[in-house]
Design a protein around this ligand. Structure first.
Ligand SMILES: C[S@@+](CC[C@H](N)C(=O)[O-])C[C@H]1O[C@@H](n2cnc3c(N)ncnc32)[C@H](O)[C@@H]1O
Ligand code: SF4
Length: 398
């Protein structure tokens, strides 16, 4: 079976924040002094030039500026990058271009300029509308500032907004989690991401866990209750943590979950590229530290690593992404994106169906409600050497 390159996206990592949040394990660094915006944009374009042979002639279907806090970058720098990138790669007409924004960095006039630069979707890191929760999360904004930032973007003409919320926060009750969702809904965004707070290794929260973190059962109740609130308001869940109004799913993230391709440029960025001629899937990542990456961008020294995904590993990687989606995947897509016949996964598929975790509908494979709850166990069936022995109850939300 031929591996056929899927749609291509472009991820751009902007690694600085005003302050490091104690729960965050992203490649983000507290800004100390003025940031080298111009040098960073030059380096991004050099990094892109270096990766271009991997994506020669292909069309880009979405761009995502992630972080870190991309909204620390002035619109002029984002504009210069987009002009340079679109001169190097073909941009699909009307492609989605998202910029992550911390509400604490939103200023009057900024959104008009981002819009003029071509950014047509803003993703806000709101996390909560409860000032106590925001403080315990070490956020630089309060609820009023968050609401004000969203309204500034709407006044500037943005109608494609995402709000990130987290739940299972220290000291949070079910009613408080529901109230956060209600306040988000009152702002009528196109999309809401609703993440369960996780204690990531190597974060301040992992080192000294805060008091009052809801247990797994309460977290599950929060998830179910908020999901119902969102559904009632017309936001359908389409992925473990993602809810959207009709037609407003995030094209960029959907491409990841459908095992699409992406170039990853900037400090610590990861890329995944299907190489048709070689029939290989390449994973490439960049040096993490901004200073080291800046010094090396555009050369081999900026590459943190290159890895070809072993053929036997592809089904697991594919499932890790595709089974996050409520409407699962088409077996035909599995075949062309993994370069494997569907028969290669007959045995684990049959097991998952027998356990009530997956269903088959025509040529599609869909996770059941049970399968979504035990996501890690379902995915483990597709490991190259089968599931590890004794895998217990997995955390909800894969
Ligand atoms: C890279 S952050 C980008 C947003 C921006 N940096 C901000 O925080 O305002 C993406 C989102 O991931 C979520 N997130 C970050 N750390 C998390 C954690 N430990 N557990 C759950 N969600 C997390 C937050 O909702 C955050 O807005
Ligand atoms: S602002 Fe966002 S990226 Fe930066 S430290 Fe906080 S959660 Fe992480």
């Amino acid at each position: 079976m031929q591996l056929i390159p899927p749609p291509l996206s472009l991820y751009v990592h902007l690694p600085w924040c005003v302050r490091k949040c104690p729960y965050c394990d992203f490649n983000s660094h507290q800004a100390r002094g003025p940031l080298p915006f111009e040098a960073y944009v030059d380096a991004l374009l050099a990094d892109l030039d270096h990766d271009l042979p991997l994506a020669w002639g292909r069309t880009v279907h979405s761009v995502f500026f992630g972080g870190g806090t991309p909204s620390l970058f002035p619109a002029a720098a984002i504009d210069r990058f987009l002009q340079g990138a679109s001169a190097r790669l073909r941009f699909a007409p009307g492609l989605e271009i998202t910029l992550e924004t911390n509400p604490g960095t939103a200023e009057h006039g900024r959104f008009e300029d981002y819009l003029a630069a071509g950014v047509n979707r803003i993703s806000f890191g709101i996390q909560s509308f409860d000032d106590g929760c925001l403080q315990r999360l070490g956020r630089i904004h309060d609820a009023a500032r968050a609401e004000g930032a969203v309204k500034l973007a709407q006044d500037a003409g943005y109608d494609n907004l995402n709000l990130d919320l987290m739940y299972a926060l220290p000291g949070q009750s079910l009613a408080m989690a529901a109230h956060d969702v209600e306040r988000a809904l009152a702002l009528a965004p196109a999309h809401i991401s609703h993440y369960q707070l996780t204690l990531e290794p190597n974060t301040m929260f992992a080192l000294r866990p805060p008091e009052g973190i809801p247990d797994e059962d309460l977290a599950w109740d929060m998830q179910e209750h908020c999901q119902a609130l969102l559904a009632d308001a017309g936001y359908a869940q389409y992925e473990v943590s993602a809810y959207a109004r009709p037609g407003r799913q995030c094209a960029h993230n959907l491409n990841y979950w459908r095992y699409g391709d992406y170039l990853g440029i900037g400090a610590g960025a990861h890329g995944k590229l299907s190489l048709g001629a070689e029939q290989a899937i390449l994973r490439r990542w960049k040096v993490r530290h901004p200073t080291a990456w800046l010094a090396a961008a555009g050369t081999e020294n900026a590459i943190g690593g290159d890895e070809r995904v072993a053929v036997a590993q592809r089904p697991f990687e594919f499932m890790l992404n595709a089974l996050r989606l409520v409407d699962g995947f088409a077996l035909a897509d599995f075949e062309v994106r993994c370069g494997l016949r569907a028969a290669a996964i007959d045995a684990p598929l049959a097991q998952a169906v027998e356990r009530g975790w997956l269903t088959l509908d025509g040529g599609r494979v869909l996770p059941t409600a049970l399968g979504r709850r035990f996501g890690n166990d379902v995915i483990a069936l597709f490991l190259a050497d089968g599931p590890a022995m004794g895998s217990g109850r997995s955390a909800p939300g894969m």
